[in-house]
Design a protein around this ligand. Structure first.
Ligand code: PGA
Length: 248
């Protein structure tokens, strides 16, 4: 199955820095994206979407927004339209990232509405789920994953494209990476939940949370049900992200 390497740039880089990144990355784009078993996706901040789309034009690199509104247009100051992402040639929308859930109070019901719209527009939702440290310590990881999937996929179409990212909240931006056993168990659990909810158990499930270049990345990719990575900090620099994309 195709491995997906996704870069979440959060609120980093301006349009000039975005173009500079790709002038470094350009020579690598061809070789990286020609590999048919690998898909590379960038999620820049909304003000850099156009610069990024122009920088990767003509390559196999995919891209998308970090969030969208559940309506395609209207009086929604400060929001991003999934339709505009589509019009600019984008492919994905990141949904339910833990920073959206905690810092911007996003609820599962709202995420479900966005996900339904994204699929209707034939964009691919990359849905982030994951437990907090207190939830893990209380033995509630599987319960949290099941509840998030059930609610966030409430209006989803199982026949349309969907990608999940397992991002334990305690591993995001903290330098604390989940262990191989934790990733193996969580990804297996997610695949089984997806099956129970009527989705394909072989839906791509990415791991995210302090992913960096190194032997652990290779070990994760060799696990069943690990279809790639969602990378924050280590995707901001062209060489380190390129090395992660080559960690198979
Ligand atoms: P990180 O971020 O790699 O910096 O931990 C991952 C994410 O937030 O998707």
């Amino acid at each position: 199955m195709k491995k997906i390497f996704a870069a979440n740039w959060k609120l980093h880089k301006n349009p000039f820095e975005t173009r500079d990144f790709f002038s470094d990355f350009k020579s690598q784009i061809k070789t990286l994206s020609k590999n048919e078993n690998r898909e590379i996706v960038f999620f820049p901040s909304s003000s850099c979407l156009e610069a990024l789309s122009q920088s990767v034009a003509g390559s196999e690199i995919k891209w998308g927004a970090q969030n969208c509104h559940s309506e395609i247009q209207g009086a929604f100051t400060g929001e991003t339209s999934a339709q505009v992402v589509k019009d600019l040639g984008g492919h994905y929308i990141l949904l339910g990232h833990s920073e959206r859930r905690t810092l911007f109070a996003e609820k599962d019901e709202g995420i479900a509405k966005k996900l339904t719209l994204v699929q209707k527009l034939d964009l691919i939702p990359l849905l982030c789920i994951g437990e907090t440290l207190p939830e893990r310590e209380a033995g509630k990881t599987n319960q949290v994953l099941e509840s998030q999937l059930q609610k966030d996929l409430a209006g989803a179409d199982p026949t349309k494209a969907l990608v999940i990212a397992y991002e334990p909240v305690w591993a995001i931006g903290t330098g604390k990476v989940a262990t191989v056993d934790q990733v193996r168990e969580a990804h297996l659990e997610i695949s089984q939940i997806l099956g129970r909810l009527g989705f394909s158990p072989s839906t791509s499930i990415l791991y995210g949370g302090s992913v960096k270049v190194g032997p652990l990345a290779k070990e994760f990719l060799a696990l069943p049900h690990v279809a790639g990575f969602l990378v924050g900090g280590a995707s901001l620099e062209a060489t380190s992200f390129k090395q992660i994309c080559e960690s198979e």
